[in-house]
Design a protein. Structure first.
Length: 325
């Protein structure tokens, strides 16, 4: 089965925070979007989220044809999926729920349309268990919020066709995302595992009174964090090797690093540790509500991504390049 068909109409299944963010992103890229969710007030909440996100999307750069008027909503999932060229699922993170939902979606979605899940931890092999056409089921896991953060992790299950994976990668790239292909399924995929690995050590350091919650955040966000926002850690080691680059690093610096890795610890996640972190985070946040902090983060992320786009395009002025759907 070939999945290389024009994508014009995207169905969003589940319109919580992730689904709403995806809907906003697809509208900004010039697609027709039909969303479905059985929850009370789902449509009103979705449209409110999109209205609030539109300012950021406009700052990033809208594609030709972008319009909030291209959104429709229905509580009838069959209606939403029956003519969809691509499906982005965002339902509850429960394996039993996903298995049932994917079997239902598979029944009513055109057989040459991909069905992608935003699942942050459930593997596609589980979700495609009862599907008649499991070869087009995969994970397209974004980082929150999807309408701003470019990363998408694409993972196929045991029954997913290679063609489906390649088409999903090509589609996400075509709308300006940064898709990566995970060649094996792992709980939590890759991005969340990397976050968990770092936070494991942070909790260990806090628990052993090496530093405070606030100083741990400063250590990351004003140390390696900004560098990771420019290039990944392996490429950073290439710079760390000086004129000899990554080979010099591996030959002369990796052994000391490997020795330090052996000293990394495992925290005991106790009620006391949890409370210490809660108190530290609330001190950091002060009186600023979560929504205010999230908007501040979004604005800074957009600035960083704009600077990266300008550097990649060899420019120093202007806005990020618009992406045509």
């Amino acid at each position: 089965m070939s999945y290389n068909k024009p994508i014009r109409r995207i169905a969003i299944v589940g319109t919580g925070v992730i689904g709403a963010s995806w809907a906003a992103e697809y509208l900004a890229r010039g697609f027709d979007v039909i969303a479905t969710d059985p929850a009370p007030n789902a449509e009103a909440n979705l449209r409110k989220y999109i209205d609030e996100a539109w300012k950021d999307l406009t700052s990033i750069g809208l594609s030709k044809g972008a319009s909030r008027d291209r959104l429709t909503f229905t509580t009838d999932m069959k209606e939403a999926l029956s003519k969809a060229d691509f499906v982005q699922e965002n339902g509850p993170e429960r394996p039993d729920f996903k298995i049932k939902l994917f079997a239902q979606m598979d029944e009513v979605t055109p057989v040459d349309s991909l069905i992608a899940s935003s699942s942050s931890g459930i593997t596609p092999s589980v979700m495609q268990t009862n599907c008649k056409h499991p070869e087009r089921v995969l994970v397209g896991h974004p980082f929150n919020p999807p309408h701003i953060v470019p990363l998408v992790e694409v993972v196929g299950g045991t029954k997913t066709s290679p063609e489906a994976v390649q088409q999903a990668l090509a589609f996400y790239a075509s709308i300006g995302k940064k898709p990566i292909h995970l060649k094996k399924e792992l709980p939590g995929h890759v991005g969340n595992r990397l976050q968990a690995a770092l936070y494991k050590e942070i909790m260990y350091l806090i628990q052993h009174d090496v530093l405070s919650v606030e100083d741990a955040d400063v250590a990351v966000s004003y140390g390696p964090g900004p560098r990771w926002g420019v290039m990944g850690p392996s490429l950073q080691w290439h710079l760390g090797g000086g004129a000899g680059g990554i080979k010099h690093f591996m030959d002369h610096l990796m052994d000391p690093l490997a020795a330090m890795i052996k000293t990394l610890g495992t925290p005991h996640v106790t009620p006391a540790l949890k409370q210490t972190i809660v108190e530290g985070v609330l001190r950091e946040a002060g009186n600023r509500p979560v929504d205010e902090l999230a908007q501040e983060e979004n604005e800074l992320l957009i600035g960083l991504l704009r600077s990266r786009a300008q550097a990649e395009n060899g420019t120093t002025k202007g806005t990020t390049k618009q992406v045509a759907a």
